[in-house]
Write a protein that binds this ligand. Sequence first.
Ligand code: CDP
Ligand code: MG
Length: 832
Amino acid sequence: GLQRRVDSLLGEFLSRKPVNRGSFSEISFTSSSSNGSLNTNEDGLLETPEPRRPASSVMEKILLRRSLQLRNQQQAWQESPEGQKMIDFRNSLPSYKERDVLLRAISDNQVIVVSGETGCGKTTQLPQYILESEIDATRGALCSIICTQPRRISAMSVSERVAAERGEQLGESVGYKVRLEGIKGRDTRLLFCTTGVLLRRLLVDRDLRGVTHVIVDEIHERGMNEDFLLIVLRDLLPRRPELRLILMSATLNAELFSSYFSGAPMMHIPGFTHPVRAHFLEDIVETTGYRLTPYNQVDDYGQEKMWKMQRQALRKRKSQIASSVEDALEAANFDKYSLRTRESLACWNPDSIGFNLIENVLCHICRNGRPGAVLVFMTGWDDINSLKEQLQAHPLLGDPSRVLVLACHGSMASSEQRLIFNKPEEGVRKIVLATNMAETSITINDVVFVVDCGKAKETSYDALNNTPCLLPSWISKASARQRRGRAGRVQPGECYHLYPRCVYDAFAEYQLPELLRTPLQSLCLQIKSLQLGSISEFLSRALQSPELLSVQNAIEYLKVIGALDEKENLTILGRHLSMLPVEPKLGKMLILGAIFNCLDPILTVVAGLSVRDPFLMPFDKKDLAESAKSQFAGKYYSDHLALVRAYEGWKDSEREGSGYDYCWKNFLSAQTLKAIDSLRKQFLVLLRDTGLLDDSTSDLLSHDEHLVRAVICGGLYPGVSSVVNKGKSISTKTMEDGQVLLYANSVNAREQRIPYPWLVFNEKVKVHAVFLRDSTAISDSMLLLFGGNLSQGGLDGHLKMLGGYLEFFMKPALADTYTKLKRELEELIQKK
Ligand code: CDP
Ligand code: MG
């Protein structure tokens, strides 16, 4: 049955070309599920700009009238009492003193680089200065300013702030666009968007027609999108001599960017922060009386085992930092604080040691500190949420109604975002637990205390084994300084670094750019769809170019999944994939789900993989939680199908109004399920735009579990491992890594036997061994029919490759099936 469907549907699929209906969304470059935050794929919609029409005199008159209107509006606001108050505030910001110098530099130079302490008014003021001066010069209707932000939350909050400063609603002269969301009106002249949104726009509008100013913010973060955008913009500048490019950065490493743009002028906005006193671990131990425990005694959270694993992993990682930190620690004789030096530092995980330590420091602040908000930097969403729970009823923090604990990370709801910026009532202590996103791009005004755990989750990429790794790593000196600076916004502040000073001294100056430490598949696809020529040639022009091997791996992957042909040209599938704001594998899964009429469960799987796992695994109730998950998995042998069932059950309970009970009973995160729900809807909109979706049939086969399994395989291939059932245990291996382990949270890890020969997996992560995260068991025929490159017509290559696979895993029993299927497939091709 499957083969017939493949045949008929594929033919149809190939004949369809992507349609661009003018709305599209941004690309996401980072891997999805692992770090569990939506900021990994910040996307948005941007309309194609209206092409400049030939200037007819009628048109000119309309534009002039509009510009005059804009000027009158602006003046009216500036003369109103509220407007005056706002102007007073704005003029008190350090950037105001530089306003005229900056504006002149912008008009005299095509590119400038602006640096200045966080909070000095780069993001909210500079774009506004440009807008105001254009409006004052009655060019308001002609200008179009785009300011990019690395994260969606900052694009949203900044645009809201700027609109308020101009006495307007969002969508008048100021708007924003992030993935699938945005407020933008006919008269929007200043648009804040994520970097990916601008990249998306370049896809259909290579010259950015009509845009007068591009401002790239937070370039010091060296995100992949930003580095990529800079290459594209550098090529664009000669074609658009009147276009202005402004690069903004919080730290003073402007030279690098200036020289990249052949010596563009650098402007610095002098600082404005109050002094912040730094307390390192040794000081903290002294002032709080906290006793550090050697690692082997720290198992308050049952994490001893984790620690051991991490220690091994870190040892293996032979990271330069770790070893120099060890040396530094030894030199400082850190032993005197009963934290065993070398050993314990290597396994020192601020998340677990920090939990205790962070609580202690927070209690110290609440009891002895002056009023003022506390900002705690942690590594990830999970830790933030569990610490938040612990703090909410913490006896030592005092009266719970006087403490407001908030979480701040990329995937929080907008209502929660607002709470973070608001000043709490008199006498209430606001404690914000944040990931490193609070480092530069958002400003919480009332912060007086900062607690810095010293680490951030960083994706890295092992090009040799083609395996992504995700580990909390030490931050850079630049980041630590940045975190500290957050305490000095309104008055002198205090910063508690939860590591010794000698560790700080051993930090690297700056973090490695993302381009050099992540897989490049999405990026390469984008280079192709933007028609930027040869991938490796293009990437060699980056600020810092990635390793050749990483580039080759990515290209190879794109060929294997059929997004590129042998000559590295984009295939039709590749074009479709480049339009979807998800990783190529998830995009392919969506497309296959649409073509094979089983879209509903596939939407859930893809949304789940792009958000994070909704199954909660609390340490103390692990068994209960695991068996709850197993119930959903039934005998599917699939984490993905377990997710589908859990989601469907939740939807049913929601309809009956018992959604929360359902989540509570089944150890599910309601918040995550809601996020999945909304993402599903967004994907549906996107798929309609591809033209591949036929709404009347898209769910005809959704109940067919085997088909759904096969489509999951189609997306995740070549993420395949073979299964060997040995007595009561299972062993799995992949071609590149040999023996691999199943992640403990996977339903398949608890099976004693899996009656399928293969597992397809979404992600493998190298910790101390290679672990497969979510997996789904599949049969031979699913792998043969859906694995790889069918949509290419390159069936021969596909079969050869699969043949290689089967040989490698030495499954002679398969040979028969294989030969039979091969014959059938060949017949199919001949018939075509
Ligand atoms: O970009 P940069 O870090 O230089 O500063 P900004 O984001 O433009 O913020 C400038 C000032 O605006 C901050 O110091 C805050 O006082 C204020 N601001 C605010 O009150 N509310 C916001 N949502 C953003 C900024
Ligand atoms: Mg800023």
